[in-house]
Design a protein around this ligand. Sequence first.
Ligand SMILES: [Mn+2]
Length: 261
Amino acid sequence: MPATFATSDPHGHLSELTSALRAAGLLDEGSRWAGGDARLWVLGDLLDRGPDGLGVIGLVRRLVEEAAAAGGAVLPVLGNHEVIALGMRRFGSAPIVHRGVVRTFESIWARNGGQVADQAGIDDELFAWLAGLPAVGLDGEHLLMHSDTTEYLQWGSSIEAVNEGVRTILADDDPVAWFDVLVGLAQRHEYAGSAGPLAARRLLRTLGGERIVHGHSIIGDLFGERFDSYDEPRRYCEGLALDIDGGIYEGGPCLVARLSD
Ligand SMILES: [Mn+2]
């Protein structure tokens, strides 16, 4: 059984991501895949907020190839910032009536750390790659996704259906359906608090797995702790959820969770 790892939310912080993957033994000094047959999940929000989203995407795409050639796997997942960036690229400042409110992708992109340099690099080929990323994945007992929400179930009740549902929307140009994806993946904190285990169990029962692994919600925000006060992923929700977002863009650590040996 190969070792399985997960990281999330690099948000354009290429050097922090590279250092963290190297410290985990997954990259060599030249930043080439050194993980052999290991599996590494990258749970989205590759771009926006930080200086080099395109660099992060370039690294992840190269590692997908290198890991596959070594008998391992690098498995990127869609985050809400991929949807924001793609929506900005596709719809820009076009007004969209969503649930009775006029909104634009541009304003959401601008308010949430959208980077002009990242936009400039999203050509048709990269657009298609990002829009084709799966929203959820299952690896042994781990159910992996970007956001700590049950909103995924609006697109289907199996992993394949959810991924196909989201992929179909992002391959089309219905701005309202795009906005539903954006709003759904922006939800958070649904596994925290007293109602958390019920929500987590519903998702696990429907999609499979024994534990949810997610990013999107910074550990410091979720638990009211200083961003520099932790250096490990946080298991919570009666052990049903694992938050791996250290909060790189807030000065927190880039976490690489080891999920199994
Ligand atoms: Mn996010």
